[in-house]
Write a protein that binds this ligand. Structure first.
Ligand code: SAJ
Length: 426
């Protein structure tokens, strides 16, 4: 089939490239002229392992092209953002705008698949929109007769940094507006997915995606809460978790400076918004994870203030290890807050950055490499568990004061790891 992917971001572009590699002719649509031009040159506008070579190859073979204009196809995949507003209410306007565009070129026999993380009921809203725009087409769930088009929800569940691998190997949930829609979408995904594709209804598939990320958020919140309890009690949280995880049915996740990224800190709100009375746990977990950022800032500030002559290196800006994505990153928030408060005493080490992000403008903080940090800094604040940081041997940091929010240096002498501040109450 000819395929049209609407939205060429972190999900849409890798998906378009993989579908093209499977031999389909793919047209990618994006509102950004820059994105479209970049892809048509065989280049990419986002960083993801191995994506550059893949895109270059499928563009060169004429299998993938990009455009700002929608055109007829047999299968449409919608992969546009679903942000939330100031009240944590989901904003599905990009999905509906994409639906409008798709509706304008839809024909009998086509399949429309929504991949964007969406509140429960969005796929039905998409169907209603298509039905309203195209009264000439019979839409699924609205007619007793065989519908003209199929509409399904199939969430992506790939991990940034492993997108191409996970796009192919992960299992997929495919939720049809009707079982027939699910089977149509299933036949399409089977072309390029090696994992098991499980069919269900659209609403269950929508909820499944939200539940996966809320599950992770709640479990990270448990680890983060433990880390704050351990600070208060003067315990080493890493030791406690290591021992507890020896229990066959316990698997506590890793504390950190808070939860970043574009999914885990966002998607739980879609559930809370849909059922505010029933979600005290999910809401509280969000609060714990956001609160952890402020706990780390306060602990770091106290440590730095207690050593007025010390020079400080913040290790990492990315939202997690070994990627160059600094958006929605607790590490970045911690580092910029310290830079604003302590000025030129603060340096930042981020091997994935060529320069400090904009919000550091006006601060006296500098970007240095890890070797310089080890030579010139007295205090090291570990904010990201990049492999490059993990690899620093004890001999090079034993004499430093270390605040290790990620637990990457468990051999660090305890005395120097202690934060001299009073533990914080949140
Ligand atoms: N984190 C911790 N401790 C942990 C695990 C993670 O502090 O033990 C932090 C990370 O440092 C990061 C944040 O949580 O700041 C999220 O990182 P992540 O690696 O857990 O997840 P993401 O946001 O990169 O990708 C998630 C994945 N969802 C799940 O694992 C349930 C991915 O499969 C989804 O496709 C993706 O969200 C998405 O697009 O929804």
């Amino acid at each position: 089939p000819d395929v049209c992917v609407v939205g060429l971001g972190y999900i849409g572009l890798p998906t378009a490239a993989i579908v093209a590699r499977a031999g389909c002719k793919v047209r990618g649509i994006d509102v950004s002229r820059h994105v479209v031009d970049t892809i048509n040159r065989g280049e990419i506008h986002i960083e993801e392992v191995d994506l550059d070579g893949l895109v270059q190859g499928v563009v060169a073979r004429g299998l993938l092209s990009a455009s700002t204009e929608i055109a007829p196809a047999d299968v449409f995949i919608i992969a546009v953002p679903t942000p939330f507003d100031a009240n944590h209410a989901p904003d599905i306007s990009y999905v509906l705008a994409a639906g409008e565009a798709v509706a304008s070129v839809l024909k009998a026999g086509d399949t429309v698949i929504l991949e964007s993380t969406s509140p429960v009921g969005t796929t039905e809203q998409l169907r209603d929109l298509i039905a309203a725009r195209r009264p000439d087409l019979k839409c699924p769930g609205l007619t007793a007769e065989t519908p003209d088009v199929s509409i399904a929800y199939c969430p992506e569940r790939v991990l940034p940094g492993k997108i191409l691998e996970e796009l192919t190997n992960n299992d997929r949930s495919i939720g049809g507006i009707t079982p027939r829609c699910a089977r149509k979408a299933l036949a399409f995904y089977k072309r390029f997915v090696r994992g098991t594709c499980v069919t269900t209804d659209a609403r269950s598939a929508e909820m499944t995606k939200l539940v996966e990320n809320a599950y992770r958020d709640v479990n990270i919140a448990f680890a983060n809460e433990l880390s704050m309890v351990a600070d208060t009690m003067g315990l080493d949280v890493w030791e406690v978790i290591r021992l507890a995880n020896r229990h066959p049915r316990v698997n506590i996740l890793t504390p950190g400076p808070g939860v970043g990224g574009h999914c885990i800190a966002v998607d739980p709100w879609f559930i809370v918004h849909g059922a505010p009375e029933q979600t005290p746990l999910i809401r509280t977990a969000r609060g714990v994870n956001d609160g952890k950022i402020h706990h780390v800032i306060a602990q770091a500030e106290a440590l730095i203030a207690a050593h007025p002559q010390a020079r400080v290196a913040c290790l990492g800006l990315a939202f997690k290890a070994n990627i160059d994505d600094f958006r929605e990153s607790p590490a970045r928030l911690v580092a910029v807050t310290l830079a604003r408060k302590f000025g030129d005493r603060i340096a930042v080490v981020e091997p994935y950055a060529a320069e400090l992000p904009k919000e550091f403008d006006g601060t006296a903080a500098s970007l240095i490499d890890i070797d310089t940090a080890l030579e010139t800094s007295d205090i090291l604040i570990v904010l990201v568990d990049h492999d490059a940081f993990k690899a620093v041997p004890l001999a090079e940091r034993a004499h430093k004061l270390v605040y290790d929010t990620r637990g990457i240096w468990l051999d660090q002498p305890r005395a120097s790891a202690e934060v001299s501040a009073e533990p914080l109450k949140l």
